[in-house]
Design a protein around this ligand. Structure first.
Ligand code: PLP
Ligand code: ZN
Length: 397
């Protein structure tokens, strides 16, 4: 079966082997819908990891190279959040081979690049995506170049380089790093292994939905709380729940509560204003560097997915991110500041739920009877030490 790209705007189809990364109309590309197969009986007999859902991934059954590329990513723990947050569960996504949930997307994207016979890829990242792509590229025998803003965590840059990637550190913003990557991709007609534009990445992050469904024994929670910048953990799971709906395995999709840092929140603003498209903002600086995305390319899709799920996009203040980070650390969970955003978002949301002005949905989340899953997306060990230790203190002043 040939998997195709389809433009999200004009529905033009493309062959992924053509190295196209965006439609000629400017629209972002998706993987055209394909039939997926599920059986809990089959998957539960398999080894842990996201390849247990391989019949729902965009590969022919004859493709077996993933067996050399996988590092066992996926099947992350689901922990009860504790007595203060009854029926809230934490999905510990930083327990991954490269310590962030980006491994889900990176392994599928690099396996696809390998299947297409690609030898060299270019990508850009604020950190974790670059690390994950570098690691899976080397396993797939593919040369990887990563464009990063010079401000990215030194530990992440070092890890990319040690995995054998060529790291181009760009003076300027996250957007400048993306522009530099795209310029090379266009000039040299290279494979753009972007976790934002390349839709195969989202085919990997959709396994987040499958796992939750499996961990809830064939059900889904009421609320999914995720951080959002470029939307890989909004759109991926959204596609995953759509697959489960299409297969008749669930009846409703969970509401998706996506959380942005107040200082860089183009999606939350568009959501509040009822807009279909998010206007770019100026990043005013946030310790949640992993989601500081001023102009998310898939903004239209993210807004539509959130609305379809009856969810919401909210913001959290810097002090709330710091407090959430500290609370998680005190409970033994060591995440990077960006990964504390969803947890901070749930508290903010519960505080706001009774306020009709702020209330985002008709039906509030009923703590204790309804279930929520909060993503802990990245490990604190990879973050810049100053982003955890110094900057939060500045904000406390
Ligand atoms: C990438 C990332 C996110 C958010 O991902 P987007 O695709 O930009 O929405 C959240 N947390 C961590 C730790 C990340 O690395
Ligand atoms: Zn198009």
């Amino acid at each position: 079966m040939a998997f195709q790209f389809i433009c999200s705007i004009c529905h033009q189809k493309y062959d992924p082997a053509s190295l196209v990364w965006r439609c000629s109309c400017g629209g972002v590309l998706d993987v055209a819908p394909f039939p997926v197969h599920f059986s809990l009986e089959t998957t539960q007999k398999r080894f842990a990891g996201l390849w247990r859902y391989r019949e729902a991934l965009p590969f022919d059954s004859s493709f077996t190279d993933w067996q050399q590329i996988t590092m066992g990513e996926g099947s992350t723990p689901l922990l009860a959040a504790g007595a203060a947050l009854p029926s809230v569960f934490l999905k510990v996504e930083y327990l991954m081979p490269t310590s962030s949930y980006k491994d889900r997307g990176a392994v599928v994207l690099m396996a696809k690049a390998r299947e297409l016979g690609v030898r060299r890829v270019v990508c850009d990242s604020s950190g974790n995506a670059g690390v994950a792509l570098a690691a899976y590229a080397t396993r797939a025998g593919i040369d990887c170049e990563v464009y990063v803003p010079a401000s990215a965590s030194a530990k992440k840059l070092k890890q990319m380089a040690e995995h054998g990637a060529t790291v181009h550190s760009i003076q300027g913003t996250r957007e400048d790093a993306a522009k530099a990557a795209i310029a090379v991709v266009e000039q040299e007609n290279l494979f753009y292994a972007s976790h934002i534009y390349n839709p195969f990445f989202f085919q990997g992050t959709k396994t987040y939905a499958f796992e939750i469904w499996e961990q809830f024994e064939g059900r889904v929670p009421d609320l999914l709380v995720v951080p959002v910048g470029n939307g890989t953990l909004v759109l991926g799971p959204y596609y995953g729940f759509q697959d489960l709906l299409a297969a008749g395995l669930i009846k409703t999709m969970p509401r998706i509560l996506a959380v942005q840092a107040e200082n860089c929140a183009p999606l939350a603003r568009a959501f509040r204003e009822g807009a279909e498209v998010a206007q770019p903002v100026v990043n005013e600086g946030t310790i949640a560097e992993g989601i500081a995305i001023a102009a998310p390319a898939r903004n239209r899709q993210i807004l539509a997915a959130i609305r379809e799920s009856q969810g919401a996009i909210i913001t959290v203040a810097e002090a709330d991110i710091v407090a959430a980070h500290r609370e998680l650390a005190r409970s033994g969970l060591y995440v990077e500041p960006t990964a504390a955003v969803a947890y901070a978002g749930l508290s903010t949301y519960l505080r706001q739920a009774d306020d009709p002005e702020l209330s985002i949905r008709r039906e509030p989340f009923r703590q204790g009877t309804q279930t929520a899953v909060v993503a802990l997306t990245g490990s604190g060990l990879k973050a810049s030490p100053e982003s955890i230790l110094t900057r939060p203190c500045d904000h406390d002043n």
